[in-house]
Design a protein around this ligand. Structure first.
Ligand code: IMP
Length: 448
């Protein structure tokens, strides 16, 4: 079997800037695929100088002649998808009807999944801080074998209504028991609406396997644009502060519907500093003016985390929430190398880290953890048992650096920036192949 699949995967908690390197890699590919998650993800692509915000459609669709696939492992909110299609068409992206394929096996996110997401968060002692896009409840219906797939939206409306009835039977009882009468589902009404969505999506719905058969045989390039990230994986992340899908490399292949033997390369993406939205452990997090609900506390003196957030403009693309910020955790990268099979790294925001260093006077990298009286070089999986979060051991680089437009090769970068990359490579045991040096699509340097 030909090895023609490149997976672009986030190494931490999402928002690493996967879109840019995925787009660059897609230039030589024929297919670009979204494989996991749903509209909890968000990335912005620049098309004809304009920003286009996408949640479900792979960003590589903006290149002419590329075929975009939304894979069977995703969960799709039809209205969001239809709005994205309209946005792309309005922006001048051509031939989308011929170039976007949606797996009929992908599951459908309905409004009640969002209501359930809200309810689950309310009753938890420690809410996860989900994006409230209904992702967990949709995958949970999938696991209990009563979820609806995109194929079901193409059924006659009475059959669709029956399936909805079966799905919501227990959900409605839950809503009633929790004084959420307004959420009780009227199956008939939703069957009509979603059957209409189904007809609008019909031209795109397909069986992806025959496409892959040809592609793999012809050794055409395939890029899977990962969503979320290693530390948010339902198994590999720190449960329960995780998403419901499997955004690690193996989960991306499964979610795309591709065999592991077709894998060629895994590009791990990270930022030069780290961020997280939602709750859960973040060893290198710095103090900042964010309250326990994830909101900014106004009129506070600026703390280290606030400085990073402002310089990197770290606010969630999907929810607008301020992101928690901290130093680069290279030990977590090493953990990702073995948990997620990463061949090479792309480190974004090297320019921003330089500015952070100039403002604070130093830049730090986590090079080991101190945990339960020992120094360790991986993230342990029993922290919920020990009630202890590993404490970072740092290496410090004094001062910062400035990256300007004349620096187009790795060698031309400031010495301290190169020193930072050397530490990341040494601790993570992964070669850095790309560095992001600015916001534009081509602000990316390949390290030869
Ligand atoms: P859910 O995926 O909406 O269920 O949220 C579960 C956790 O994953 C929460 O902490 C979210 O903030 C986080 N999350 C989900 N999708 C993304 C993403 O695309 N970027 C960053 N965090 C995400």
């Amino acid at each position: 079997m030909n090895n023609c699949v490149t997976v672009v995967v986030g190494c931490k908690w999402g928002d690493e800037g996967k879109g840019k390197i995925a787009s660059l890699t897609s230039k030589n590919a024929k297919f670009v695929i979204r494989a996991t998650g749903g509209s909890n993800a968000g990335h912005t692509v620049i098309y004809n100088g304009k920003k286009v915000a996408l949640h479900l459609i792979p960003g590589g669709i903006t290149y002419p002649n590329k075929i975009g696939i939304i894979g069977p492992g995703t969960v799709i909110e039809p209205k969001v998808l239809l709005d994205e299609l309209a946005l792309l068409k309005d922006s001048g992206v051509s031939d989308i009807e011929d170039r976007l394929k949606i797996s009929g096996r992908a599951h459908v996110v309905f409004p009640w999944h969002k209501d359930l997401d809200e309810l689950h968060e309310q009753v938890k002692e420690h809410p996860i801080g989900t994006t409230k896009r209904g992702i967990g409840p949709t995958y949970s219906d999938k696991a209990t074998r009563k979820g609806l797939r995109i194929y079901d939206l193409l059924l006659p409306v009475d059959e669709l209504e029956k399936k909805i009835n079966e799905d919501v039977f227990l959900h409605n009882q839950l809503f009633l028991a929790n004084n959420m009468e307004e959420c009780v589902v009227d199956s008939k009404k939703f069957a009509m609406t979603f059957a209409e969505y189904g007809q609008l999506l019909r031209p795109y719905v397909t069986d992806v396997l025959p496409i892959y058969m040809e592609t793999i045989k012809n050794n055409d390039g395939i890029v899977i644009e990962g969503a979320q990230a290693f530390r948010l994986d339902n198994d590999d992340g720190e449960y329960p502060d995780v998403t419901a899908s499997h955004p690690v490399t193996s989960g991306c292949l499964l979610g795309a519907g591709l065999p592991a033997q077709a894998l060629k390369l895994v590009i791990g993406v990270d930022k030069a500093y780290n961020t997280r939205v939602g709750n859960g452990p973040f060893p290198t997090e710095l103090p900042s003016s964010i309250d326990e609900n994830g909101n900014l506390i106004p009129n506070q003196p600026k703390l280290e985390g606030d400085i990073i957030r402002e310089l990197g403009y770290e606010y969630g693309a999907t929810t607008g929430r301020p992101r928690r910020c901290g130093w680069m955790d290279a030990v977590m990268l090493r953990t990702a190398k073995y948990g997620c099979g990463i061949d090479v790294l792309c480190i974004n925001h090297l320019d921003t880290l330089g500015k952070i260093g100039m403002e604070l006077g130093y830049v730090k990298v986590c090079v080991a953890y101190s945990y339960m009286g020992k120094i360790i070089n991986y993230y342990p999986d029993n922290t919920r048992l020990t009630h202890t979060i590993p404490e970072p051991v740092y290496e410090t680089i004094e001062g910062g650096w400035k990256i300007d437009e004349s620096m187009r090769t790795f060698d031309s970068l400031p010495e301290k920036a190169k020193q930072f990359i050397e530490i990341v490579e040494r601790i993570s045991e992964i070669p850095v192949k790309f560095v992001g040096t600015g916001p534009a699509n081509d602000d990316i340097i390949e390290k030869k």
